[in-house]
Design a protein around this ligand. Structure first.
Ligand SMILES: C[S@@+](CC[C@H](N)C(=O)[O-])C[C@H]1O[C@@H](n2cnc3c(N)ncnc32)[C@H](O)[C@@H]1O
Length: 252
């Protein structure tokens, strides 16, 4: 990921309207607080804005957050938030090592980037203290962003599709018996934002393709996606699921 990715993600988020899923995630995380504070590892933290909003919600509930935010690419200071509650770490989560465990390990909209998801989820769960929480936010299968991703970027050969049901299944397997919890959120997205010109649609596709790197999409793909979005414009629905589980000794 790089600065272009950060800009493109901010542009995508600017099209999200209405309330956000932040309070739902904060309510889940709150359950892992100990004596009024919670230590969070935020995997794929990006600019840090998403987890910062969660910290603000927790603060209103009287809970202090201490966050380690790890990302492959940390955006420059101008984008990264300056918040004493959040310690940023640049690196690949798959090679991240620590002796610490956390009350919560959270991954918001980033599991798609792990080619060996099972292995990565095991790494995540080992970093959660017994009784802590593992949480991930992903698109739902009927989210318009997921629909674009599935229609234009998943080929028959790319293997299982990572929708909310697949993630819940993966999480439930980690738990060995019992089902992982799932909570849903939906909100409008202004599709006109992406239909202005070729640059807008390329910026949209840079995020929605879920491909790492900055390769731009072919003009054939961008025209096809444009038509797809035009059919749904001006408003589409984004739908997210937060899949989460409480970690006990049988989960590791
Ligand atoms: C869609 S963004 C989500 C950012 C943030 N969680 C949010 O909700 O705004 C996905 C993030 O995952 C990061 N990422 C992808 N693969 C990663 C890896 N192996 N280790 C750490 N971060 C990774 C990317 O750099 C990017 O910032």
């Amino acid at each position: 990921m790089d600065e272009t990715y950060t800009n493109d993600l901010l542009r995508l988020k600017a099209a999200f309207k209405g309330i956000s899923e932040t309070p739902i995630l904060a309510r889940i995380i709150e359950q892992a607080a100990v004596s009024g504070s919670v230590r969070i590892l935020d995997v794929g933290t990006g600019t840090g804005v998403s987890i910062q909003k969660v910290c603000d919600c927790l603060c209103k509930a009287g809970i202090t957050s201490i966050v380690t935010g790890i990302d492959l690419f940390l955006p420059p200071e101008s984008f990264r938030i300056n918040d004493a509650r959040i310690f940023f770490l640049q690196g690949d989560f798959n090679t991240f090592t620590t002796d610490e465990t956390y009350d919560v390990v959270n991954a918001t909209q980033m599991l798609y980037y792990f080619p060996r998801l099972k292995e990565t989820l095991l790494r995540m769960i080992r970093l959660v203290r017994p009784g802590g929480i593992l949480a991930a936010t992903v698109w739902c299968s009927d989210c318009i962003l997921y629909q674009v991703h599935k229609t234009f970027f998943i080929s028959a050969s790319s293997g299982p599709v990572l929708d909310e049901a697949a993630v819940q299944r993966h999480f439930s397997e980690l738990q060995k018996g019992g089902q992982a919890n799932i909570e849903f959120f939906s909100g409008p997205i202004d599709l006109n934002n992406f239909l202005e010109d070729e640059a807008s649609i390329q910026s949209f596709l840079n995020i929605v393709s879920r491909q790492s790197g900055t390769e731009r999409c072919t003009s054939a793909t961008s025209s096809a996606v444009r038509l797809f979005l035009l059919k749904h414009a001006p408003i589409g629905m984004r739908k997210n699921a937060i899949v989460w589980l409480r970690v006990d000794d049988s989960s590791k």
